[in-house]
Ligand binder design. Structure first.
Ligand code: R5P
Length: 304
């Protein structure tokens, strides 16, 4: 039998997983002591149960200790297995030593999580120099994609869309969304000069002026990429863009800054709870969890 727990903020996804197969919902208390240390208590027995924990890993430094305490305690209490559903998987972007001595945190974090849990389901992780999660994760891992849902949303809400990917990396998902939404797309060139400083170059858009630009990216963090691109689109005489992010991290006041720039609308998937959430991921997560938590998850190695 499986029992599904949720860290704060992920109750809806945990309820959907449990509801689908009539699994038990587990109760866990997670809180911070005044000094910033984490307190974790499993309030439901897990002896002999397959434990599923839903915990997005945005802001990972604040969550990872609590998740480790949860996993250790669940094992001590006799859990049969522990699967992690992390709708957003942090520490995927530093996947290379760009300068001598830098920690390649994608690899280190993957090794750490692979020790902690038995399988992993996530949505559109930032796979750039790695093609598949199992190049760095040694547990069965599934990366599912929000492409179909984004395409559906565009079809239902936007007339004459022109999909725009801000950089080469985005081509993998923008081209898929375009195919499914039967919409044209272009890919821009982005140069990142610093955490908050990006330069984006735009081709001649004269032929697209009667289209609605739809910017699509996997992550909106500082929103610098979208704000810079929106400014260029304005200069090119385009309408204000609709901005779609799979994962809306919105570091600091990024959301307010993006809203205040020349954009029509901001929509994100609900991998990270935010007022911009407009695309629900529950159904695709439930399908993936049923698959990976089946009798032989090892079959799913590399099936991402
Ligand atoms: C970059 O590699 C990602 O795909 C996103 O373009 C990036 O994370 C966006 O970051 P920001 O919102 O800080 O410009």
């Amino acid at each position: 039998m499986a029992i599904v727990f949720s860290f704060p903020g992920f109750e809806a996804i945990a309820n959907s997983i449990a509801g689908e197969k009539n699994m038990q919902r587990g109760d866990v208390t997670v809180r911070q002591f005044p000094d910033g240390e984490s307190y974790v208590r499993l309030n439901s027995p897990v002896q002999g149960q397959d434990v599923i924990i839903v915990c997005g890993l945005d802001n990972p430094d604040r969550k990872i200790m609590a998740l480790m305490f949860f996993a250790h305690t669940a094992r001590k209490m006799g859990a049969g297995s522990i699967g992690l559903v992390a709708p957003y998987l942090g520490y995927m972007r530093q996947d290379k030593e760009f300068q001598d001595g830098e920690a390649v945190t994608a690899d280190i974090f993957a090794a750490f999580l692979s020790q902690m849990v038995d399988w992993l389901v996530t949505i559109d992780p930032h796979l750039h120099r790695h093609e598949k999660l199992n190049e760095i994760y040694s547990i069965p891992s599934m990366a599912i994609h929000a492409n179909d849902l984004i395409a559906e949303w565009i079809r239902a809400n936007i007339n004459h869309p022109l999909l725009i990917g801000p950089d080469k990396e985005s081509e993998q998902w923008v081209s898929e969304v375009a195919k499914k939404a039967t919409a044209p797309f272009i890919i821009l060139t982005k140069t990142r000069r610093g955490d908050r400083d990006v330069e984006v170059s735009i081709p001649d858009l004269a032929n697209w002026r009667n289209h609605t630009p739809v910017l699509i990216d996997d992550i909106i963090s500082t929103a610098g990429t979208m704000i810079t691109t929106a400014a260029h689109l304005k200069d090119a005489g385009m309408k204000p863009p609709v901005c779609i992010g799979v994962h809306g991290i919105f570091a600091g006041d990024a959301y307010e800054k993006l809203l205040a720039s020349d954009v029509e609308k901001i929509i994100t998937c609900n991998s990270i709870r935010h007022k911009s959430n407009g695309i629900a991921l529950e159904n695709i997560i439930v399908t993936a969890v049923i698959k990976i938590s089946g009798p032989d998850p090892k079959n799913l190695f590399g099936n991402d």
